[in-house]
Every structure is written in C-alpha cells, then in structure tokens.
Write a protein that binds this ligand. Structure first.
Ligand code: HEC
Ligand code: HEC
Length: 206
C-alpha cells in the first residue's frame, strides 16, 4: 500500500475515533473519582462519609434506593422540596445525582436501639396495621413489612426517629409537598403519639 494511502486511512480512522470519544463523553457517567470528591468535600460533612450520619438533623442515606436519592436531589434543585439541600443540589447534573444515589445505596445501614419498648409497640401496630379507627393506611402496605421501600418509595428502616418525625410534621403542614399529597393525606391523620411511636419503631428496623 502506498504510504500516502496508508496515512489517509489512519487520518480517517483518527477522525472517527475522536468523534466517538466526543460522543461517548457527552452525558456519560461521571467517574468514580469525581463522585468520591463530591461526597468527601460536601455530602460527608452532614450525612457522614458512609451515609450513616450521627446527628438526627441529617437523614441517613446508607442503603437508600438510588432512584429515591436522585429524585430528592432533583426535587431540591427544582425547588419542589425546600431547605438546606437546595444549595447542595444546585450544580449537580442528573448523571451525578444518579451516581451519588448509587454510591450511598451501596453503604451498610445501621439500625438504632429502641429506647422505649412500649412506645415502639404502639408504633409497630401503626406501621403494620395503620389506624383503622381514624382511617390511616398501614405504612407497611407501601414501604414494605420491614421498611425496605421500593424503587418508587423510600427505605425508612434505621432512619433517625427525629428526622422521621420532622418529615411527618412537614407533610402535615404542607411544608413538604414533593410527593403529590400521598404522604400529606396519611401524615395529617396521625396524632403526636402516633408520630413519635411509629418513628421509634421504624428507626430500629434493619
Ligand atoms: C450542610 C449540610 C448538608 C450537606 C453538605 C448535604 N446535605 Fe443532604 N440534607 C441535609 C438536610 C438538613 C436534609 C434534610 C432536609 C429536610 O429536613 O427536609 C438533607 C436531605 C437530603 C436528602 C433527602 C433524604 C431523604 O431521606 O429524603 C438527600 C437525598 C440528600 N440530602 C443528599 C445529599 C447529597 C448527595 C449531598 C452532597 C452533594 C448532601 N446531601 C449534602 C443537609 C446536608
Ligand atoms: C400509599 C403509599 C404510602 C403509604 C401507605 C405510606 N407512605 Fe410514606 N411515602 C410514600 C411515598 C410515595 C413517599 C415518597 C415521597 C417523595 O417522593 O418525596 C413517602 C415518604 C415517606 C417519608 C419520607 C422519608 C424520607 O426519607 O424523607 C416518611 C417519613 C414516610 N413516608 C412515613 C410513612 C409512615 C410513617 C406511614 C404510615 C403511617 C407511611 N409513610 C405510609 C408513600 C406511602
């Protein structure tokens, strides 16, 4: 083959490779290093490096469903869910949201200890059977018998009781409105005793 022809083929090949590389990078998954950096420099400060925050102000993310984490980040970014997290979510791409979800979903959950067995007992009843007297649906019917959640629904097991209480109150007051009112209807029928009880029970599930 003539040298010129060879060079032309190689040049052509080079152009194809460059075009492919550009195509493959657009919208590609962010690399693991970038995700570790975001976690270490930001998320970890509040949620803990393994998503197992010690302070009940910050929800645990360990073992949470990746789809739910990505949805919440998108909701915070779009202003559908409000709070501290809006700033954190502002510059994240959809790919990074998904990758952050995957990162935390692979971490080990750490259930808490029950402090008051009687209170948790009331919570167990609400969780598994709801409150048939006031028309509260059983939490288990959506969040699963052990609080594991699904692709569409959050995992609740092992979450901080105080965080669960704050969310149930926010749903009631419509301070949290990003779920099309499903949780509003349920939470607004719960009494303070029921909220505290069901949160105590859920926080000890593993
Ligand atoms: C300055 C502290 C802080 C930082 C940093 C932070 N968060 Fe948060 N995050 C919070 C607080 C507080 C909440 C609870 C918001 C509420 O009460 O509505 C929260 C809630 C969340 C939720 C919703 C959890 C649930 O169960 O609904 C997700 C998901 C989340 N954060 C992910 C992240 C990710 C990913 C990062 C890193 C990019 C991050 N957060 C950085 C404070 C923080
Ligand atoms: C009809 C289905 C359904 C039932 C029944 C239900 N939930 Fe939910 N729950 C949801 C959905 C959907 C979400 C996610 C909302 C979102 O996307 O922000 C949710 C979210 C939550 C959250 C927020 C979790 C977080 O990490 O921020 C808590 C807490 C919660 N539910 C508690 C309960 C409790 C307690 C009960 C029983 C009294 C209950 N749910 C019954 C559908 C349900």
């Amino acid at each position: 083959m003539a040298e010129a022809t060879q060079r032309a083929i190689l040049n052509g090949l080079g152009a194809v490779m460059a075009a492919w590389a550009a195509f493959a990078t657009a919208g590609a998954e962010p690399d693991a290093k970038r995700i570790s950096e975001i976690v270490a420099n930001r998320c970890a400060l509040c949620h803990g490096p393994e998503g197992d925050s010690v302070s009940p102000i910050f929800p645990r993310l360990a073992a949470q469903h990746p789809e739910y984490i990505a949805k919440q980040l998108a909701d915070f970014q779009a202003g559908r869910r409000k709070g501290t997290m809006s700033d954190q979510a502002r510059d994240l791409s959809p790919e990074e949201m998904r990758a952050l979800g995957t990162f935390f979903s692979q971490k080990k959950p750490r259930p808490q200890r029950v402090r008051d067995e009687d209170l948790a007992g009331v919570g167990r009843y609400i969780y598994l059977k709801g409150n048939p007297f006031s028309g509260v649906a059983a939490c288990a019917s959506c969040h699963g018998p052990r609080g594991a959640g699904t692709v569409q629904l959050p995992r609740l097991a092992g979450q901080h009781a105080a965080y669960l209480e704050s969310q149930l109150k926010d749903f009631t007051k419509r301070d949290r409105t990003n779920d099309n009112a499903v949780m509003h209807t349920i939470a607004s029928k719960l009494t303070d005793l029921e909220i505290n009880a069901v949160a105590a029970y859920i926080s000890a599930l593993d």
